[in-house]
Design a protein around this ligand. Structure first.
Ligand SMILES: Nc1ncnc2c1ncn2[C@@H]1O[C@H](COP(=O)(O)OP(=O)(O)O)[C@@H](O)[C@H]1O
Ligand SMILES: [Mg+2]
Length: 252
């Protein structure tokens, strides 16, 4: 069974792309066949796997607008078992042009699920806004993981994400489930982090609190070299934390 998972949060800078890219590489390193799907016009996941956005012949925009088939858009990376459908800034036009078209939320799922069987994992990296692209990712996926810094307003953002997931359940995709919350920029010694993780356990159950990702400079540096943290700094705490997270997700 192919698992289609999405790392989503309505805010930018909470570690979605970092989690999508590094979890994808960790799962690939474990021998899983992984397709990373960059569905953010900022194309940070594309850059993080060493690709130049727009320089790729075909990408997610071409797929969604029917200008290319799935086979043409799947691009191999230098990493074993890891392929990507790259993004580019022109993806913004899809959101603008298709937002008012009936049924446009289903386009992504219809396009990718046809050949999904070849992969163990499809990993989606949507933008930090709740628009057509993020909704499309939630319609296509079965599992949502929410990367979340342990900030003061974190629980409020989480409630908003849950409302969105219920809406997607009701309108388009009854199978979608919130499988886990990933504490990012995590410092387990702060009182705030303790309070928020306790809140998560109380409201969602202990099994949905996933291993935290500590603040680690290698995680921020790696994309600048077009590398995942596992390539760039395999001994770093960032690499170790994402390995532990991927292990947990793989066993779910
Ligand atoms: N655990 C971490 N430690 C240090 N820097 C991080 C960590 N997680 C993410 N970053 C950096 O923070 C910024 C935002 O992360 P990113 O994954 O791009 O967030 P999002 O996709 O949610 O907007 C990026 O520059 C990224 O490299
Ligand atoms: Mg991102």
């Amino acid at each position: 069974m192919t698992r289609c998972i999405v790392f989503a949060n309505r805010k930018g800078g909470c570690g979605k792309t970092t989690s999508a890219v590094n979890t994808a590489h960790c799962l690939a390193a474990k021998g899983r066949k992984v397709l990373l799907i960059d569905i953010d016009p900022q194309a940070h996941a594309t850059i993080s796997t060493g690709k130049n956005p727009g320089a790729q012949s075909r990408g997610i925009y071409d797929l969604l607008t029917g200008q290319a088939g799935l086979e043409e858009t799947i691009t191999r990376t230098d990493l074993k078992n890891l392929s990507i459908i790259p993004s580019s800034p022109d993806l913004t036009a899809f959101e603008i042009d298709f937002s008012t078209c009936k049924g446009s939320e289903n386009i992504l799922s219809e396009k990718i699920l046809s050949r999904a069987m070849e992969f163990d994992y499809l990993i989606l990296d949507p933008p930090p806004t709740i628009g057509l692209l993020t909704v499309s990712a939630l319609v296509a996926a079965q599992e949502v993981y929410i990367p979340m810094p342990m900030h003061f307003l974190a629980m409020e953002g989480l409630a908003e994400m849950m409302r969105l997931i219920y809406k997607v359940n009701a309108l388009w995709n009854p199978e979608l489930r919130m499988k886990g919350i990933i504490p990012t920029f995590f410092n387990k010694n702060t009182r705030l982090a303790k309070e928020i993780t306790e809140d998560i356990c109380k409201n969602f159950g202990k099994d949905r609190l996933l291993p935290g990702i500590r603040m680690n400079i290698s995680l921020a540096e790696a994309p600048g070299y077009g590398k995942t943290v596992i390539e760039y700094a395999p001994q770093s705490s960032g690499a170790k934390d994402y390995m532990a997270l991927a292990e947990k997700i793989d066993r779910k």
